[in-house]
Design a binder for this molecule. Structure first.
Ligand code: ATP
Length: 444
């Protein structure tokens, strides 16, 4: 970290240098405002200590210049006791702190130390925010629409209820994370409960927490997830699997915006964005008596539907390339992409497991990939054979010879015209294959 000292008194510059040198920071010390601005521009210090009384342009003007360039860096002003009026003006202009001469060097050092700690902490938080930043990939209309909603609700100060519905693996959780981590709550808690993963009898204590002695195992007071999420986001995944009795209790919290820990008397205020997700049809669950209708309507203030991947095939190429670049980093590889032919097969595949299946597929291929480009021969058999079973429906009504010719041609293409491999795939000898190639005049 860097500290800039602007003071025309040589003795002050020197003693600051000595005191702050112990903090392990890089120090720049100059005697005039002009030099100070020049160094500020070049070095972008984290903290600037500026004397108000400078020859040439004064400290207040230097502060104004600095604030024009950087709204966040720390600025500490130094004045004489007789100039406190100027210190007040400096604080109004955005200085963070001021000291009056003669000041206690130890106090100045402690103050700088505190500011350095604060800078480090906020850098960590913003790095964390960056790390958690969630990218939703896709150019289809449905993804664009989802991104727009996520951005809007994520940046809205007002807490609301969002219900994300869609098949497994379509990205419901990633959308919940995008709403939280790409929005204004990014530095607040993001608390998730997967209702399907927690036995129904434990869901209540997980959500509400308990007071000491509330039941025999409650040896100590414990905060629940509702309480932990305060100020941020509560993500209730697989809400369709929430215990029906608990659904009534949750509804009360969402309506009254307050709750009690189990065994508690005190009411605690609840304030968070609530995002619920499910791959079940909640309307069907309501019909079957497994889900409360009133909770459904309470949660469904902002409905989001995720579309199955097979209904937005235009996203497949982007997703594959995105996952390739991710696995290039984690596996330390430099795969360039996927060939047109291989991509076409992927685009025609059904992807019942949606993006999760696609991501796992890219991971598997990338682990074994040695060439720069993922080609048809690198694709797993289930994806290739799906293509041929689909094709075989197209053959219905064709004569047998044309079907055979087409099969041989496709398999040759897939195997890059390698005769031995194609014969093996088709379950015939190389001699038979050669004869058939000749018979049907098959060529590249
Ligand atoms: N549009 C997308 N862009 C980038 N990654 C995605 C996208 N959609 C899904 N993924 C990735 O696919 C995987 C599955 O997504 P996610 O867990 O969000 O699905 P889900 O709908 O919540 O599934 P489930 O219902 O089974 O919990 C995750 O690794 C996620 O990061």
């Amino acid at each position: 970290m860097k500290v800039l000292i602007i003071d025309d008194e040589k003795s002050i510059r020197l003693s600051l240098r000595v005191a702050l040198g112990k903090l392990g920071v890089k120090i720049f010390a100059v005697a005039s405002g002009e030099e100070g601005i020049e160094i500020f521009r070049r070095e972008k210090p984290d903290i600037s200590i500026i004397d108000v009384n400078l020859p040439g342009i004064n400290g207040i003007e230097v502060l104004k210049e600095i604030r024009k360039k950087d709204k966040n860096c720390i600025v500490i002003m130094i004045t004489y006791i007789s100039e406190v009026r100027l210190a007040v003006e400096a604080m109004k202009l955005g200085a963070n702190d001021y000291f009056t001469k003669p000041f206690n060097m130890e106090e100045m050092k402690e103050s700088i130390e505190d500011h350095l700690k604060y800078i480090k902490k906020s850098q960590e938080l913003s790095d964390q925010g960056e790390e958690n930043k969630t990218e939703i990939i896709g150019k289809s209309k449905s993804i664009q629409n989802v991104k727009e909603i996520a951005k809007k609700v994520g940046n809205m100060l007002y807490d609301t209820f969002i219900l994300i519905q869609g098949e497994s693996g379509t990205g419901k959780e990633i959308i919940a994370k995008a709403i939280h981590f790409n929005g204004i709550r990014r530095n607040k808690p993001y608390i998730a409960l997967n209702c399907a993963a927690i036995p129904k009898n434990l869901q209540e204590s997980e959500l509400f927490g308990y007071e000491k002695g509330a039941f025999s195992d409650a040896k100590q007071q414990k905060k629940g997830l509702i309480e932990e999420s305060n100020g941020g986001t509560l993500f209730l995944d697989e809400i369709g699997d929430m215990d029906i009795m608990l659904q009534a209790k949750l509804l009360r919290v969402l309506q009254e915006k307050k709750f009690r820990r189990i065994g508690g008397i005190k009411e605690i205020a609840f304030q968070a964005n609530v995002i619920a997700a499910t791959n079940k049809s909640l309307l069907k669950e309501i019909e079957n008596g497994n889900f409360r209708e009133d909770l459904y309507y309470r949660l469904n203030v902002v409905p989001i539907y995720t579309t199955p991947l097979r209904e937005r095939r235009e996203d497949i190429e982007l997703l594959i390339n995105y996952f390739i670049s991710q696995y290039n980093k984690s596996l330390n590889k430099s795969v360039k992409g996927i060939t047109k032919e291989a991509l076409e097969i992927c685009e025609n595949y059904e992807w019942r497991g949606n993006v999760r299946e696609l991501k796992n597929f890219v991971e598997r291929v990338m682990i074994f990939q040695e060439d720069e480009w993922i080609d048809v021969e690198n694709l797993p058999q289930n994806i290739i054979s799906y293509e041929s079973t689909k094709d075989s429906n197209a053959f219905i009504g064709s004569n047998l010879e044309s079907v055979e010719m087409e099969m041989i041609h496709k398999t040759l293409q897939k195997n890059n015209w390698n005769i031995s491999k194609t014969a093996r795939d088709l379950g015939i000898s190389r001699v038979t294959l050669r004869r058939k190639i000749e018979k049907y005049s098959i060529h590249k």
